[in-house]
Design a protein around this ligand. Structure first.
Ligand SMILES: [Zn+2]
Length: 410
């Protein structure tokens, strides 16, 4: 049976019209739950919403096996990045493409994946093929470091062979690697005061500016990138800011390279802050912690810094010969697609599942321009992902050896 493009499209449009930024996925979850029940399956919600302070948990649908087939977990995320003003999207269909009227965040990332999962559930067993035990998971909070997937009870997938996460562009893209990302949250503490009386003050914004200017930025090497995402300081032009805050990230496919850069960044931040000191002679402002220099009659004040370093997610590299890569590759070929083994530059729920011992790959499902002003969905890719998943689930992705015709996207 060919993929029912109209059902795929209708479901995608229904999902895209409901705003669902991270931790506010309730509307989309209720819509999905209704559609899943109408298909005869029983969705349930876990406690991730409560744990994360959101309005909704992960939606889980367990479908017992009927006949042969791999035991799989299949996942997509319900949340999207924030949309300014959060208005409902007005999707416009142009041939195979869906865009948001006037441009902006459509929510194709990852409502294409959610629509693909609905369609797979709708067609499960319809062609007479059996399937193994399946767990479908619609996660929350993926866009904020995959916090929803991290809340998922690992018992749910203890006996699953592998996971396929729908969260990429082309349906032929089989993502086998993703980087580790480290987030730095830097707070510089200076000494606040009036702009006209700068004596004995330390301008935290200025110290932060010196720090940021020395940090590595952009493409650092073939494996690694760095980005400064947030800088905040100050309340008025005539006030010396007492604190400044920045968020910075480094992501890399190489752990040793990442470790090198992390150490370098911390040393850089601490070094700049140490350079920013005041020698206090005579009257002290009485603010902050002054250090007395014994016998010299002077005191020294430093800027201070707090650096919070956190691994947002751990990277992974699934071998090309892994059973799930071979099976999904074969299933793609059977769907008329040439598998392209791909290295992603971002994380996804697959990072969490891999970290927890469930071998996971990411499959493209028709989202393009994710997070950007020209985000759009491609119906042909969505249909391709449905066919590939049905072939995989139906056991058509039997393991093979030798030449595969795979193209490598790395
Ligand atoms: Zn995504």
């Amino acid at each position: 049976m060919p993929t029912r493009k109209s059902a795929l499209l209708d479901n995608f449009l229904d999902l895209a019209r409901i705003p669902s930024p991270s931790l506010r996925e309730r509307g989309v979850a209720d819509l999905l739950a209704g559609k899943i029940r109408a298909l005869g399956h029983l969705p349930r919600e876990d406690g991730a919403g409560q744990a994360l302070g959101g309005d909704c948990g992960n939606l889980v649908v367990e479908i017992p096996g009927k006949g042969k087939g791999p035991r799989l977990l299949i996942a997509a995320h319900m949340d999207t990045v924030e949309n300014p003003g959060d208005p409902p999207a007005k999707p416009v269909v142009e041939g195979e493409w869906v865009r948001r009227e006037g441009g902006g965040i459509l929510g194709a990332d990852d409502k294409t994946g959610c629509a693909v999962m609905l369609e797979v559930m709708a067609r499960l067993g319809a062609d007479g093929r059996g399937h193994g035990d399946l767990t479908f998971v619609f996660t929350v909070a993926e866009e904020i470091e995959a916090l929803g997937a991290a809340q998922l009870d690992t018992e749910l997938y203890r006996d699953r062979e592998a996971a396929v996460v729908l969260d990429y562009s082309k349906a032929s893209s089989l993502v086998v690697a993703a980087p580790t990302k480290v987030a730095f949250r830097v707070t510089v503490h200076g000494i606040a005061g009036h702009a006209a009386f700068p004596e004995n003050r330390i301008n935290a914004a200025h110290v932060m500016a010196q720090t940021l200017a020395r940090l590595p930025m952009g493409r650092l090497d073939g494996f690694t990138t760095a980005n400064l995402g947030i800088v905040r300081s100050g309340t008025a032009i005539n006030i010396i800011p007492g604190s400044a805050y920045a968020e910075y990230e480094i992501r890399s496919h190489r752990k040793d390279v990442l470790d090198f850069h992390v150490k370098r960044v911390i040393a850089c931040v601490e070094g700049v802050v140490r350079e920013n000191r005041l020698f206090l002679l005579g009257e002290d402002s009485g603010m902050g912690d002054a250090v007395a220099v014994p016998g010299e009659g002077i005191k020294i004040r430093h800027a201070r810094v707090d650096v919070d370093v956190e691994v947002s997610y751990e990277g992974y590299r699934i071998p090309d010969q892994a059973p799930i890569v071979e099976k999904l590759g074969k299933a793609l070929e059977k769907s008329g697609l040439t598998p392209e083994l791909t290295v992603a530059q971002g994380g996804s729920d697959a990072n969490i599942f891999n970290r927890r011992g469930l071998e996971s790959v990411v499959l493209g499902c028709g989202m393009y321009g994710a997070h950007g002003a020209d985000e759009r969905a491609n119906l042909k890719d969505m249909a391709g992902a449905v066919e590939a998943l049905l072939n995989l689930i139906g056991g058509d992705g039997t393991s093979r050896r030798g030449g595969t015709g795979k193209k490598c996207g790395r």
